[in-house]
Design a protein around this ligand. Structure first.
Ligand SMILES: [Zn+2]
Ligand SMILES: [Zn+2]
Length: 173
């Protein structure tokens, strides 16, 4: 297990979190204030996919122009602290399927930790930006596909070598 103190390049100063870690199988994911920390899988079967999403929902809920996400199985994703510090906002207006999408935020600092959809029970759409080990964004958690690429802001360039899908793309089935 590597720690923040041991590797400041992999774990730069980030919010109030200073106990991030990763190993070959799992990594920590922490909100900005540190109250909520989860452990996520870095390999199949727990890790299903990694993707960038340009949909209007991701823009709004992340207050950014796109979201970097990955899907993990609930059975392989756990809390080390702060599950009771989440607040959940759900709505069913913007998903293509009409299903309900629930957004789980840290009640203290507002960091969006994950989303969960009624169309995909047993999984979490995790937010890539909460992973404490920044190296993983270029390795195990590098995006595998970009979806809703037709909604991409004009100044955002496609990720090199990554499939550019319309709508839900490979996840539409
Ligand atoms: Zn927080
Ligand atoms: Zn989206």
């Amino acid at each position: 297990m590597s720690t923040a103190a041991a590797n400041p390049e992999a774990f730069p100063l980030q919010g109030l979190t200073s106990d991030g870690w990763s190993n070959e199988e799992e990594a920590s994911a922490t909100c900005a204030c540190g109250a909520v920390q989860m452990v996520i899988p870095l390999k199949a079967p727990g890790l299903l996919n990694t993707f960038v999403c340009h949909c209007s929902d991701c823009r709004k809920v992340s207050a950014s122009m796109f979201a970097t996400n990955f899907t993990s199985l609930d059975t392989h994703t756990r809390f080390t602290r702060g599950e009771d510090n989440l607040t959940v906002f759900s709505q069913n207006k913007t998903t293509a399927t009409g299903g309900t999408m629930s957004n789980s935020f840290c009640k203290t600092c507002g960091t969006l930790m994950f989303r969960a959809g009624s169309v995909a029970p047993g999984t979490k759409f995790m937010r890539g930006g909460i992973i404490d080990d920044h190296r993983l964004h270029d390795t195990m958690l590098r995006p595998g596909v970009e979806i809703f690429s037709e909604h991409r802001a004009g100044w955002v360039k496609p990720v090199d070598g990554v499939e550019q899908a319309k709508g839900m793309g490979p996840f539409s089935k």
